[in-house]
Write a protein that binds this ligand. Structure first.
Ligand code: HEC
Length: 140
């Protein structure tokens, strides 16, 4: 038998042993395994506390900071095209001059180079309002 074949066979043997050891453990440790896989199979009914951030993400909880980064920062971080710049007095000036309601309405409908909803198609009116507040707050 060639050396390589011998190595291959002993490797196979080791894998088989390993598999046997694992399946024996599995049989004697069913409770531990059931416990480990439980969250995967558990059903979460609406209204129940189904445990933490994963549920919130699945339910689409809105984060102004994250959505700003994803949808608004492309223009508002740098102030490109004369977009009011995040963290600058651009925002406080506009809020004073126009009022929050007008800023929110213009963000929803778009104004000049500002696209409707700032390209965030999935943002509700309330989400846009939260984003505008987030950016205006950045000026303080
Ligand atoms: C493609 C670039 C671009 C993106 C993306 C963008 N904006 Fe703008 N935004 C602008 C520009 C340019 C202006 C300035 C428009 C003007 O006053 O002429 C502006 C202005 C605004 C204003 C002020 C409106 C007013 O009446 O003065 C608000 C509020 C606003 N954006 C919110 C948002 C929000 C919220 C997002 C993300 C969901 C967003 N923008 C994404 C370019 C952008």
């Amino acid at each position: 038998m060639s050396n390589i074949a011998a190595k291959a066979i002993s490797a196979l043997f080791a894998i088989t042993l390993g598999f046997l050891a694992t399946s024996t453990m599995a049989n004697t440790d069913n409770d531990a395994i059931a416990e480990r896989i439980k969250p995967v199979g558990s059903v979460c009914v609406e209204g129940e506390d189904c445990g933490g951030p994963a549920t919130a993400a699945a339910g689409g909880a809105f984060s102004a900071a994250d959505t700003y980064t994803a949808s608004c920062a492309a223009c508002h971080a740098s102030g490109i095209l004369d977009a009011p710049k995040f963290g600058s007095s651009d925002w406080s000036d506009r809020a004073t001059a126009k009022g929050m309601d007008t800023l929110v309405t213009n963000a929803i409908n778009g104004i000049n180079a500002m696209p409707p909803r700032g390209t965030c198609a999935s943002c509700s009116d309330d989400d846009i309002k939260a984003l505008v507040e987030y950016m205006v707050d950045s000026a303080k």
